[in-house]
Design a protein around this ligand. Sequence first.
Ligand SMILES: Cc1cc2nc3c(=O)[nH]c(=O)nc-3n(C[C@H](O)[C@H](O)[C@H](O)COP(=O)(O)O)c2cc1C
Length: 325
Amino acid sequence: MKTRITELFGIEHPIIQGGMHFVGFAEMAAAVSNAGGLGIVTGLTQPTPADLANEITRCREMTDKPFGVNLTFLPALKAPDYPGYVKAIIDGGIKSVETAGNNPAQVLPPLKEAGVKVIHKCTSVRHALKAQSIGCDAVSVDGFECGGHPGEDDIPNMILLPRAADELDIPFVASGGMADARSLVASLAMGAEGMNMATRFIATKEAPVHENVKQAILAASERDTRLIMRPFRNTERVLNNAAVESILEKEKQLGDAIKFEDIIDEVGGVYPRIMQKGEMDIGAWSCGMVAGLVYDIPTVQELVDRIMAEAEQIIRGRLEGFLAA
Ligand SMILES: Cc1cc2nc3c(=O)[nH]c(=O)nc-3n(C[C@H](O)[C@H](O)[C@H](O)COP(=O)(O)O)c2cc1C
């Protein structure tokens, strides 16, 4: 399939794997890129720019296809060394970067100078327009369904995607709630030129996470995610578990008086124990409603091939069939 997104990133299929903390290691990114999509190494999962440089080298040993790096700007007590990470990206020969969180203006000049294509992930049309105006090459439009941080506007993709199509000139991919060929074809119909998946890619054979994480996604229904940290205007969609129930209880009890320290045990630094040791109840971890559409744990290649084959069937069979009738 050819769209402005496949052309921009030099990939075969319009499918991107979104940055994922403690999932987006070289193994994940390489598997997606080898399957013809755009794999993304998650920059800040690497503790230092030197570690990111090593991870880029490792990924390059696993694939000769293009892959990208995610750079996330979220509230942090101590800001990461962004110039250092940008240097590791450029020196590592990376040509695609997914930015997310805040406005990426601070990293655009060196990235653009080095010929890196930047796709900014945002949860509203106004932020997408801002990204376009400061020179981003594409945007990833993340609907309310998404795992991770859906923002504070709560606009689902049935509205957000056509709204983005009405306003944007640069190409965009649909993100949040994307699982299969139906997601891809629907996104294309609403004006997107590809899709970004995160939660769905965790439930694959190659995802470098503990088996418990994959089984938790497989077992979850579309009703099993919760929104935490609303009082901090830093909302995160996570899979429900004992820690999440404890956070929500504290948010209810403490109301406006709640402070970040009240929930730090359940959200601070919990990812390695969840993703690598499989301790599923010790903290909150991002997961999309799309878990309800995950029925198996295929290889990434099987997943991507299935999506592309079924998308063709939907377009040529189901949709054209309606017109012929
Ligand atoms: C476990 C997990 C960790 C994530 N970590 C990040 C991250 O570090 N940076 C980022 O920009 N997005 C992160 N995301 C968000 C995804 O890149 C993507 O935007 C979102 O999950 C899409 O929704 P979906 O899960 O329904 O596919 C994460 C998502 C998940 C599920």
